[in-house]
Design a protein around this ligand. Structure first.
Ligand SMILES: [Fe+2]
Ligand SMILES: [Fe+2]
Length: 374
């Protein structure tokens, strides 16, 4: 999947350059044609005379060689008209064709730009606009029936593609929504089983989103992380409730059982497919790792831990600190902030901590927004 995406983005980049270059050429041709029109009306004016006799003839002959323009000029309707007006009418036809061409190129460029920004280019709204726009193209039929009809049909064809694209996208969105609902349900089941009542999962996923955005991850990657992080404690489903819900401190043996939840989470998700689910598996496994290698379950160091795992580690601990637990009161957010900063480079990735510091105001606002109701 990633390869396909890379290839599409590469092609889109090239197409965008081609669109920009052709746009420049068409705009030059439009300017030249306008000048020619003015010149053809003012053949006597020395400035236009000079222009008309000079370079412009070259461009005119260049355009004249293309089949479309020759067809336009030779449509026959212009015979018997004063040569100066005939020339002007010919040029107007050229001009209108160039403007339509510019419209097509601009539209194409927009489409490619959408793809490059990884936005969904198809929409019912665009399809509707294109259908309406196609009627304007019918005006060209008055000038040249073949060209007019061709442009009209082409635009209708594009509108159909856009409608179909929008339909497919809607279906994909629905599938994604269902997947998201399943993920959220799984997360909620985990939450209801553990003593972390309230909005722990919501907050951790929101903090992760904020941190990832602050670190410059792309929109799609951020959204994937937001969703995948909701399943970080999935493995707690396998931990006996007596241990999870035990009031007060845990014994060493009990804590050893708790420490198994990352491995259980990974195991529960071991056969899943899809980017978000595989990321969820990684996060479930790694969210208690520390960059100094003293975390669990595998004692991974630094960048052996995925970036997402390092992000969720900060989000999860900050939320644990600022929430009430059976064995402790909720810390005030400044104290928790200091604790996270203190762990930079040992418990937490220093870059994630920098992002945490930079985005702290937003993180704290999110904490208040999704605060647990007592
Ligand atoms: Fe956990
Ligand atoms: Fe957690």
């Amino acid at each position: 999947m990633a390869d396909v995406k890379k290839r599409i983005l590469k092609i889109a980049k090239l197409l965008r350059i081609a669109a920009i270059v052709s746009k420049v050429f068409v705009i030059i041709a439009i300017v030249v044609t306008v000048l020619q029109i003015v010149a053809s009306f003012s053949l006597n004016a020395p400035i236009f005379q000079g222009l008309y006799d000079g370079n412009l003839n070259d461009i005119e002959s260049l355009l004249g060689e293309s089949a479309v323009f020759t067809g336009l000029v030779e449509s026959g309707t212009l015979r018997g008209i004063d040569p100066v007006f005939r020339k002007a009418i010919e040029l107007f036809i050229t001009l209108s064709s160039l403007i339509v061409l510019l419209g097509y190129i601009s539209f194409f460029k927009r489409l490619v730009t959408h793809i490059l920004k990884e936005q969904q280019p198809f929409s019912l709204e665009t399809a509707k606009r294109m259908r309406k726009g196609s009627y304007a193209l019918l005006l060209l039929v008055l000038v040249n029936p073949v060209l007019g009809l061709l442009m009209f049909l082409l635009m209708r064809f594009f509108s159909l593609i856009f409608e179909y694209g929008a339909y497919l996208q809607e279906k994909a969105d629905k599938t994604n929504r269902i997947q998201e609902e399943v993920i959220v349900s799984l997360a909620e089941i985990t939450e209801s089983k553990s003593e972390q009542t309230g909005q722990h999962i919501k907050r951790v996923s929101e903090y992760s989103r904020i941190l990832a955005t602050q670190m410059g991850l792309g929109e799609e990657a951020v959204e994937k992380l937001r969703l995948a992080s909701t399943m970080h404690d999935l493995g707690k489903l396998m931990i006996p409730s007596e241990i999870l819900d035990k009031p007060g401190r845990l014994t060493d043996e009990e804590f050893a059982v708790i420490k198994k939840h990352p491995g259980y989470g990974e195991h529960l998700l071991h056969s899943v497919e899809g980017d978000t689910m595989t990321l969820a598996r990684t996060i479930a496994l790694e969210h208690h790792e520390r960059v100094d290698g003293r975390g669990y379950p595998n004692g991974e160091h630094g960048e052996e831990i995925s970036l997402e795992g390092r992000i969720v580690a900060v989000a999860d601990v900050y939320d644990a600190l600022t929430s009430r637990r059976s064995y402790k009161e909720a810390w005030d957010s400044r104290r928790a902030y200091d604790e996270i900063v203190k762990g930079s480079g040992t418990q937490f990735d220093a870059q994630v901590v920098e992002a945490f510091k930079a985005a702290y105001a937003e993180i704290d606002a999110t904490r208040q927004k999704y605060a647990d109701v007592a």
